[in-house]
Design a protein around this ligand. Structure first.
Ligand code: HEM
Length: 499
């Protein structure tokens, strides 16, 4: 007995001494390596949670305020994850142009891993040959200019339905946000599936999916606490939501398997096109059924809330600024030349409309922090050493309102985009609603035509007033908390016929 106790004490002491030596060695090594590194400025952090407590309920604003103090290139720690925060056009150019290849990875996050079939979609996929091939297949086959054109009829029909609903409202209060939301999801559903699937409650399922995607997951930031996500039921709920949507998508694919295709390419929806690619042995890429489903989910998740948010804010700004609304209506009237509808061919002539949409996206970038990136290897960025694995947040919202790049940045003034070369394509780093570089948004053309067409037709056909005697200037512009920037309260209007 006695000997065993001696042995126990010996082993315990040995364990403690070894741990202490390892701890001191680790601290010494990390101190030594950090002293040799020049890291970007950082606000002080707390143990375990790091700087999380400083994000507040509106991270884009808190990060902007912090960067006003610590600079446009700032290093935070979200839990144990070092996170670079970029808040100026100059630094964004360095990250997304000069060092784009280094910063083209996405971090591996637990919830997207569950929801997107192990992140085999485009948006959450790690950088590499798989992502590159999948993205180019999708850009070429689903989102090319020709393919976007092929869905013209869908957009025009759905635009017609919105106009009809506004005309039939006859002065009663209309929930404009709801109307724009269903326009967006109807177009996306018809383009992706060939029909809207209202009856199967697809929109509700998708909402649950998107909400889950925006849920904070402890394990992604403090890996040793990931058991909390299991215990709290978060991972279980994510699996349940994923299963529900998977079941729905299996059903849609089955319907497409049994569908007799017409001869014309224009009748094909996204599922048809992806099924054809699956069968094509010449492209050298195996698009399995889970990847097909992941891509379809990308289209909805990346496309629906973003397009809806752009429309909702553009309408809100137009109603809040009658001067701009009047100027846009004059342009539409000139272009329409007595016709009752604006067609997609007219859009190129509408310079002011384009400026209005850009200005709305400058002030209300739907993904204000874009999608997080990750450094694939260590790099020297503007004199600072960035270790591999550092996450990167680009605060596009703050950059779009930076007084260094924009005069009167908080004002809604579409004129700033007239006779101005600033475009969406990610070459002008002061304006990044669609991101830039290799990871930039491939849905840009798809989204812009959808937004411009409906706005042009709405303002052409209808005049607006706010209900209950609220003045235009007093329209509430409060933003809700969430991943995409949405209005906190729906936009309620009263519509009267204009032409
Ligand atoms: C107004 C509408 C939209 C906005 C503002 C928007 C914005 C963005 C942003 C900011 C990113 C991240 C870019 C980056 O990391 O640099 C992104 C990525 C992406 N978007 Fe969009 N998007 C919109 C519509 C769409 C649509 C309609 C689709 C598809 C039909 C789409 C598909 C994607 C995909 C697949 C990615 C991931 C790209 C990658 O990781 O390589 N987006 N989008």
């Amino acid at each position: 007995m006695y000997n065993f106790k001696m042995l126990d004490t010996f082993y315990v002491s040995l364990f403690c001494i070894t741990t202490l030596i390892l701890f001191i060695a680790f601290k010494w090594i990390s101190f030594d390596s950090n002293t040799k590194k020049t890291l970007p400025p950082s606000p002080p952090r707390l143990p375990i949670i790091g700087n999380f407590h400083q994000l507040g309920s509106s991270p884009r604003e808190s990060l902007r305020d912090l960067s006003n103090k610590y600079g446009p290139l700032m290093l935070l720690h979200l839990g144990s994850i070092p996170t670079l925060v970029v808040s100026s056009a100059e630094v964004a150019r360095e990250v997304m142009k000069t060092h784009d290849l280094v910063f083209s990875d996405r971090p591996s996050l637990s919830i997207p891993n569950i929801l997107f079939y192990g992140s085999t979609d485009i948006a959450f996929s790690r950088y590499g040959e798989y992502w590159r091939q999948l993205k180019s297949i999708v850009v070429l086959n689903l989102l090319s200019a020709t393919r976007v054109k092929s869905f013209r009829q869908v957009r025009e029909e759905e635009t017609g339905l919105v106009i009809r609903a506004l005309e039939e409202s006859r002065g009663s209060i209309v929930d404009m946000s709801a109307l724009l939301g269903s326009y967006t999801s109807n177009v996306l559903c018809r383009v992706a599936f060939g029909k809207t699937y209202y009856e199967l409650g697809f929109t509700d399922k998708l909402k649950k999916f998107v909400d889950m995607l925006g849920t904070f997951c402890v394990g992604s930031y403090i890996p040793w606490l990931s058991w909390i996500d299991r215990l709290s039921g978060l991972r279980g709920s994510a699996h349940a939501i994923s299963k529900e949507l998977d079941h729905f998508l299996e059903g849609v694919i089955d319907v497409h398997l049994n569908k007799k295709m017409g001869s014309g390419d224009e009748t094909q929806d996204f599922v048809d096109i992806l099924r054809d690619i699956q069968k094509d042995k010449t492209i050298g890429f195996r698009l399995d059924t889970n990847t097909l489903k992941a891509v379809i989910l990308d289209v909805f998740v990346a496309g629906s809330d973003t397009i809806f948010s752009s429309l909702d804010w553009a309408m809100s700004e137009l109603i809040k600024h009658p001067r701009v609304m009047k100027k846009l209506q004059q342009e539409v009237t000139e272009v329409a030349q007595g016709r009752s509808t604006i067609s997609e061919d007219d859009l190129d002539k509408m310079k002011y409309l384009k400026a209005v949409v850009k200005e709305a996206l400058r002030l209300h970038a739907p993904l204000p922090l874009l999608l997080a990136r990750e450094a694939r290897n260590g790099v020297n960025l503007m004199g600072y050493d960035i270790p591999p694995g550092t996450q990167v947040i680009i605060n596009a919202w703050a950059i779009g309102r930076d007084p260094v790049s924009w005069n009167e940045p908080e004002e809604f003034k579409p004129e700033r985009f007239l006779n101005n070369p600033v475009e969406y394509k990610g070459l002008h780093y002061e304006f990044l609603p669609f991101g830039a570089g290799r990871r930039g948004c491939p849905g840009l053309h798809f989204a812009i035509v959808l937004i411009e067409l409906i706005l042009a037709n709405i303002v052409h056909k209808v005049n607006f007033e706010l209900p209950n005697g609220v003045k235009d200037v007093d329209l509430d512009m409060t933003v809700a908390n969430g991943v995409t920037v949405q209005r906190k309260f729906p936009l309620l209007v009263m519509a009267s016929p204009r032409v």
